[in-house]
Design a protein around this ligand. Structure first.
Ligand code: GLN
Length: 502
């Protein structure tokens, strides 16, 4: 009974809760039991908030039995990436510099999750300050891919993706600055969505690069992502870049897509996001998925986005520039760690010692890169040029979306690599996000869903839509998911090896 509850999609679990077949306390306990059984091996969680989760669950159960009208996801447990602040729960962003910090407030999206009655199971592991593609830059140890424990779960949100893939949580929150929801989704066989920039509040996300960061859902089905996206999204006056208009109907789009009919939908294949550097098996799955979309009635067209070639370069100037400024506040004075040198502990020397010990190598690398790119003599040559490239990429998207309703590509060029394999080669690590970064630079939404295996490891398929047209992701994503699951005879994750439990 308890194992079965962890296998349900969030939508199915919500139905069971609404029907009174199962209580939220039972569902939450089943997931806590699963965490206790497998997280020693997976290490998706940095902090498990069992008591708080069970208290929320009991409260939801009581409200339900008193006949109160509840949110559709009320009582369904969720995990939250540790870059999102949670009142009363430790929040580290994967960094020693925030070890021991307990936020005095909730991020807006957490407030919405709490108001809807979703028990928060805990905080998930991540690359320090969301910098990385493997979660190996976490200061608190690696997360392991449930498909193969010797491999990376993607990053930076490897913890959220692994938790969902390992059936430790039916839902999770991720953040995506350059691909950190979608790439972990691709390599763990889960669904991840980066919403349109400004459509999910950034209030209470520990900022990496404010013009790129966006929080979004991590789930096992496209419908579950739509449900969670509708819950966390929409206008927030506390975020100055928040979009005032309401979200398009996402759940409705997912349900429409699930019929498997895409008649009249124009799907643009991005010429620049395939070929060299992509694993042959990833490309094979991509082309098979295109055939399925075609069979569903979609019109497949090829589009060219010539400036995508420069996206990675522009990103690795803009992101570190913004990060170097955002991370200046971690100075040993305001939050978390403070290292006081014995000799002459002036404020400046305390700051230097705290930052020296508190930040890991990748964070330091990016702060140095960012401050250099922003320095007076180099600002125009680096940051200024990168911003111009950003405009060209936005224009590429505009031109492509004039020819197609959605754009598609593989999500990541490869399947999950071995832990340690790329750790000493930052540039190789950066290449994981070639296909996901353009969307962040342009602010457009993207979804990744599993579209098969290569050598026993999951492959991801990416759908991109114009800004504020996130509904199209769900329509096309749900259609492809339906067709793929018909071929597989069920969800891809059913094929994942059983984890040893303890
Ligand atoms: N892997 C990319 C980076 O290291 C993206 C990270 C993210 O989206 N948070 O910056």
């Amino acid at each position: 009974m308890s194992a079965d509850l962890t296998r349900l999609s969030a939508a199915d679990l919500a139905d069971r809760l609404a029907a009174g077949d199962v209580s939220s306390v039972e569902a939450t306990q089943a997931h806590l039991d699963r965490i206790a059984a497998v997280d020693g091996a997976v290490h998706a969680f940095l902090h498990v908030s069992a008591d708080e989760a069970l208290a929320t669950a009991a409260d939801v159960d009581a409200r339900r039995s008193s006949g109160e009208e509840l949110h559709a996801l009320a009582g369904v447990p969720i995990a939250v990436k540790d870059v999102v602040v949670t009142k009363g729960l430790p929040t580290t962003a994967g960094s020693r510099i925030l070890e021991g910090w307990v936020p005095p407030y909730d991020a807006t999206l957490v407030e919405r999750i709490k108001a809807a009655g979703l028990p928060i199971l805990g905080k998930t592991n991540m690359d320090e300050f969301a910098m990385g593609s493997s979660t190996e830059h976490s200061a608190f140890g690696n997360t392991h891919n449930p498909w193969d424990l010797d491999r990376i779960p993607g990053g930076s949100g490897g913890g959220s993706a692994a938790a969902v893939a390992a059936f430790e949580a039916p839902l999770a929150i991720g953040t995506d600055t350059g691909g950190s929801i979608r790439q972990p989704g691709a390599v763990t066989g889960t669904v991840g969505v980066k919403p349109t920039y400004g459509s999910v509040s950034r209030y209470g996300l520990i900022a990496m690069a404010s013009s790129l960061d966006q929080a979004g859902p991590v789930t096992r089905t496209v419908l579950d992502s739509a449900l969670l996206h509708e819950l966390i999204g929409g206008h927030d006056p506390l975020d100055s870049t928040s979009i005032a208009e309401p979200l398009p109907p996402l759940v409705e789009a997912a349900r429409q897509g699930a019929t498997g009919d895409l008649t009249g939908v124009r799907v643009g294949v991005i010429r620049e996001l395939q070929g060299e550097g992509y694993q042959p098996g990833v490309l094979a799955r991509f082309h098979e998925s295109l055939d399925l979309l075609r069979a569903a009635g979609a019109e497949i067209v090829e589009v060219s986005c010539p400036h995508f070639e420069y996206a990675l370069g522009a990103y690795y100037l803009i992101m570190p520039s913004e990060a170097s400024s955002n991370l200046a506040k971690f100075d040993g004075m305001r939050f978390g760690l403070r290292v006081v040198p014995e000799d002459n502990p002036t404020a400046e020397r305390v700051m230097a010692a705290t930052r020296g010990q508190g930040f890991g190598d990748e964070v330091k690398r990016r702060i140095i890169l960012g401050t250099y790119a922003l320095s007076a003599g180099y600002y125009d040559a680096y940051y200024g040029s990168a911003q111009k490239v950003r405009t060209l990429i936005q224009r590429d998207f505009d031109a492509a979306f004039a020819q197609a309703d959605v754009l598609v590509s593989p999500t990541a060029p490869t399947t999950a690599f071995k832990l340690g394999e790329k750790l000493d080669d930052p540039l190789a690590m950066y290449l994981n996000d070639v296909a996901t970064i353009p969307a962040n630079l342009a602010g457009v939404p993207g979804l990744s869903l599993p579209n098969g295996l290569d050598d026993g490891l999951p492959v991801g398929f990416q759908v991109l839509a114009p800004a504020k047209a996130d509904d199209r992701l769900y329509r096309v994503g749900a259609a492809l998911e339906t067709l793929l699951e018909k071929e597989w005879g069920g969800p891809l994750l059913a094929q994942a090896p059983e984890l040893e439990t303890r």
